[in-house]
Write a protein that binds this ligand. Structure first.
Ligand code: CP
Length: 306
């Protein structure tokens, strides 16, 4: 089966069959990263441009590693060192990059919808690496891959997503993906961090973290995004940690074999205590490892692989 689409812009418009195809393909790529020589010639001659208007550690690096492991050429453009600082518009930047004839452009941008706009003005494939508070599809795919790896299924599991739901593109993409795949998704967080009408996305809503995580198979903690908050939505980080932070006592409310996830970067001691982040239930670094395989799968499938 081929992925019959030009771009990966969001989970919302992916079909279950497409998600399964991407996850199956990603699983088949895990092995490449364990070889002594971590490289296959699959995408020789393909050029991948990483265009990041926002900081990133995991996403940008794993796209670069993924491309290199498939023998593609990679170019990293950080706006801080590009002509964007001289005032070049987003569309002009896009058209100039298109003129150099890459095959795939990976875009992170603070504006929701920027990858959709890019996909309309360039002929290359576009992958959304996070657009504002809208979607982060590759993160949700690596999260679903990690859940499938650890639990052998997604359907029927209770997944509790806790924290700043309103500002979280990770939450939005995971809600779209996990509900499509048959999981029971619960969201928890202060009412000031909960989008209106969130229940219309088919999730259960709680404002007390203990209620949100009770009997959970998976707890997904979200980062407090101070950079996206234009008003004070909680009195202090200390109070947030007390009321909504995940600590060992709270983990005990979930299932005995719960797994703890976090997309990173973490605010240790705020949304998650260090002993939980580094503890036996944590799969946070497995998520990062799977991120390489998922991005290899996407580059491969968008290049016409099957
Ligand atoms: N999870 C995630 O998107 O991390 P980065 O911001 O480091 O890419």
């Amino acid at each position: 089966m081929k992925l019959a689409r030009k771009d990966i812009l969001g989970i919302r418009d992916l079909a279950v069959e497409e998600i399964n195809l991407i996850l199956d393909t990603a699983e088949s790529f895990i092995e490449v990263s364990t070889r002594e020589i971590k490289k296959v010639p699959t995408l020789r001659g393909v050029t991948v441009m990483n265009l990041f208007y926002e900081p990133s550690t995991r996403t940008r690096t794993s796209f670069e590693i993924a491309a290199k492991r498939l023998s593609a050429d990679t170019i990293n453009i950080s706006t801080a060192t590009s002509s964007v600082v001289k005032g070049e518009t987003f569309i002009d930047t896009a058209k100039n990059l298109e003129a150099m004839n890459p095959d795939i452009i990976v875009l992170r941008h603070s504006a929701a919808g920027a990858p959709h706009m890019l996909s309309r003005v360039v002929r290359q494939s576009v992958i959304n690496a996070g657009d504002g508070a809208h979607e982060h599809p590759t993160q949700a795919l690596l999260d679903m891959m990690t859940i499938r790896e650890k639990k052998k299924r997604i359907a029927g599991l209770k997944v509790s997503i806790v924290g700043d739901i309103a500002h979280s593109r990770v939450a939005r993409s995971n809600i779209y993906g996990l509900t499509k795949m048959g999981a029971k998704v619960t969201v928890g967080g202060p009412s000031t961090m909960m989008p209106r009408f969130i229940d219309r996305l088919g999730v259960e809503v709680h404002h007390h973290v203990d209620d949100a995580i009770r009997d959970a198979d998976i707890i997904m903690m979200l980062r407090i995004q101070t950079e996206r908050q234009d008003m004070s939505v909680f009195p202090s980080l200390r109070e947030y940690a007390n009321l909504f932070g995940l600590n060992r006592k709270r983990v005990a409310l979930a299932k005995e074999d719960v797994i703890i996830m976090h997309p990173g970067p973490m605010n240790r001691g705020v949304e998650i205590s260090p002993d939980v982040a580094d503890g036996p239930y944590s799969v946070i670094l497995d998520q990062v490892t799977n991120g390489v395989a998922v991005r290899m799968a996407l580059l491969y499938l968008l290049s016409g692989g099957n």
